[in-house]
Design a protein around this ligand. Structure first.
Ligand code: ZN
Length: 145
């Protein structure tokens, strides 16, 4: 279960982010998953379901998956082509000297979150910036008799 491992890691990352930013609830998470990352999105979603039910911060949150098409670059002729269709062999020149440009991603693209406390009801700290000390504003600095 490759996917479960990733989700465990993902859930932990989201927990950390939530703790650091005082996030009480994560509404949705958008993941970018490459076409040839080896992740089966259905299993990924199952694992996500399993975890969101056990994590209050993630409860009810939505997982959105954006698939990134895999692209391979050919060293032989300098062209790029769709990895899924042609694999490691360049369809233009037949070279095997090719490498994956993208399509192996598994990254968090976006998190929609709710933070603790409304921005309105913390009217405590007003006044900190008013009536500051009279810093020298350049007055009467006239030297030189
Ligand atoms: Zn080629």
């Amino acid at each position: 279960m490759h996917e479960m491992g990733i989700i465990i890691h993902l859930a932990k990352t989201l927990d950390d982010i939530a703790a650091r930013n005082r996030i009480t609830k994560i509404g949705s998470v958008t993941m970018e998953i490459g076409e040839v990352s080896g992740i089966v999105t259905e299993l990924f979603e199952d694992a996500w379901d399993y975890f969101t039910k056990r994590n209050p911060v993630l409860a009810g949150s939505e997982l959105r998956i954006e698939t990134i098409p895999a692209v391979t670059y050919c060293d032989g002729c300098g062209k790029t082509y769709g990895t899924v269709a042609f694999g490691r062999t360049c369809p233009f020149c037949g070279s095997g000297e090719t490498w994956l440009v993208r399509g192996n991603e598994c990254v968090i693209k976006e998190i929609e979150a709710e933070t603790a406390g409304e921005p309105e009801d913390s009217g405590q700290e007003i006044g900190a910036e008013t009536a500051g000390e009279p810093e020298d504003t350049g007055q009467g600095a006239g030297t030189g008799t």
